[in-house]
Unconditional design. Structure first.
Length: 162
């Protein structure tokens, strides 16, 4: 009976330990999540965020990270990191991304309108995650999302109500 209990506890410990996948960030071992996190809010109302993206090269990964940052502000809200950012998403409607799929497909297309509401800011800070997959690179990037302007745009386009 003790052997069975020891086996169960060992399996449980191994499964809990393996939940987080170790990654290498800038040459150091660290655990990380790929959740967009708040770094602060500027005086003009923009939110400074660290966002993650993957792509076949650095440029594609950074563009994907920008899209992820804007999408998280619109649909999820920013709950990780500093408490300064507005945790509430711009759109509360359930399945809004699917309901307005025609709009958001064009909005988030390569070279789409989302680029007007996100920039790399002054520092242009990026970090690379060394991925085990040779075809994809993962990068984090510090961006500024113009939340107020984005909200105004969604109101003008009748996606959300004032």
């Amino acid at each position: 009976m003790k052997k069975i209990l020891l086996l169960i506890v060992s399996c449980l410990a191994i499964s809990l330990y393996s939940c987080k996948t170790p990654t290498v960030i800038d040459g150091s071992n660290a655990y990380t999540t790929f959740e967009t996190e708040c770094l602060g809010v500027e005086l003009d109302g923009t939110q400074t965020l660290r966002a993650w993206g993957t792509g076949k090269n650095k440029g594609d990964a950074i563009d994907q990270a920008k899209k992820n940052a804007v999408r998280d502000v619109i649909f999820k809200g920013i709950t990780s990191g500093s408490s300064e950012c507005n945790k509430r998403p711009l759109i509360f409607e359930v399945n809004a991304q699917e309901k307005y799929e025609y709009y958001f497909n064009a909005f988030f297309a390569d070279g789409g309108e989302y680029k007007k509401y996100v920039d790399l800011g002054d520092e242009k800070r990026t970090s690379r995650i060394k991925a085990s997959n040779n075809t994809q690179e993962a990068w984090s990037v510090v961006v500024r999302v113009h939340r107020a302007e984005l909200k105004t745009r969604l109101i003008q386009d009748n996606i959300i109500k004032p």
